[in-house]
Design a protein around this ligand. Structure first.
Ligand code: DAH
Length: 340
């Protein structure tokens, strides 16, 4: 009996080494461990053996060995198959991942895209501009000379070479006037920075969208018309607005365009500093000094400009109470927004 078992073990090992596929392994399992398999036959032949106890033990050991070796050979085959698949895969295809898990636009991006659409429909071009600018673009060219108190409101981050992170999108006005001349209709959304302590309605990094329209006979009426059209389209409903005088050195006259706080309905909440109103879009008629610095003939042309607070707009549109949520990186919260 012992010799028979040893002989079968040897044959089993050889057959196992030769089994290169899952099918071959299964055939081997049936041949040894199946109902009519070699090991089962050995069990049956125990009847005619004298030392049943030892023989039974040898057969059981063989059975356990065969089972575990077949199982580990099957696992090794599976592993090799996966590795081969990875090796033979063509180039990394990022769209396969995207198909499984689609990303979403940030609420500020959604607002920007909608506004671009609205202004393109009114004949405006969309411009992009640097985030790092010089003192001239950010202040001097906007009628804010050195030591002007208006600079106190706009402390920012300075580079060692004297350049700075732009505090407002108005910093692109000069370059865009020089690039296109008059007549001009352009909007330029961008990221802005201020050295400020943060709270529910202030961040050191935020987004604005600047707009300019320069042509013959442009007046405050044109400004009001474009602002109203833009706001009614962006909120897709009637919005209460108020226009009050505001001081910005680069416009004369200058206005603050406020909208009724949509979070509290005008009753007062932390998002609107308890006033019920939110400054959304300061604007005004471009100061002649600014036009002149941009190379525009002030005898012939006038224009209006506005600096829409994109981050504020997104807060109002989506009812986000705390500005800091936008930079939170909380994808679960940020991915729930859609275009209106
Ligand atoms: N740049 C100003 C700020 O960030 C906002 C502003 C006011 C822009 C009036 C304008 C404007 O174009 O006409 O505080």
């Amino acid at each position: 009996m012992k010799e028979r078992i040893e002989q079968l073990k040897k044959e089993f090992s050889e057959a196992l080494a030769a089994a290169a596929t899952e099918e071959a392994l299964e055939a081997l399992r049936v041949a040894y461990l199946g109902k009519k398999g070699a090991i089962t036959d050995l069990m049956k032949s125990l009847r005619d053996v004298e030392d049943k106890k030892s023989a039974g033990q040898w057969i059981n050991e063989f059975k356990t060995l065969a089972e575990s070796e077949i199982a580990s050979a099957a696992a090794a085959l599976k592993d090799a198959a996966i590795k081969a698949q990875i090796r033979s895969a063509k180039k990394f295809n990022p769209t396969l991942i995207a198909e499984r898990e689609l990303g979403s636009y940030h609420p500020i991006t959604l607002c920007t895209k909608d506004l671009e659409e609205i202004f393109m429909g009114m004949g405006f071009t969309i411009e992009d501009y640097a985030e790092i600018v010089g003192d001239y673009e950010c202040f001097e060219a906007l009628n804010i000379p050195k030591h002007h108190p208006a600079r106190d409101m706009q402390d920012t981050y300075y580079l060692e070479n004297g350049q700075l992170l732009k505090t407002h999108t108005s910093a692109a006005q000069n370059a865009i006037m020089k690039k296109y001349g008059a007549p001009l209709r352009a909007i330029f959304p961008g990221r802005c920075f201020r050295n400020e302590s943060t709270d529910a309605c202030h961040e050191n990094t935020f987004f604005q969208m600047e707009g300019m329209m320069i042509d013959e006979n442009i007046s405050i009426s044109n400004l009001i018309y474009f602002m109203k059209t833009m706001l009614s389209q962006v909120f897709k409903r009637d919005i209460k607005v108020r226009l009050r005088p505001g001081f910005f050195p680069f416009v004369e006259p200058g206005f603050e365009l406020d909208i009724n706080c949509l979070i509290c309905g005008g009753e007062g909440c932390p998002s609107c500093k308890n006033s019920g109103w939110l400054e959304l879009c300061p604007c005004g008629m471009i100061h002649p000094n600014v036009l002149r610095d941009g190379g525009i003939d002030t005898e012939k042309y006038t224009g209006f400009a506005f600096g829409l607070g994109l981050t504020r707009l997104a807060m109002m549109r989506y009812g986000v109470k705390d500005i800091r949520d936008f930079n939170s990186g909380n994808l679960k919260a940020l991915s729930q927004f859609k275009s209106l």
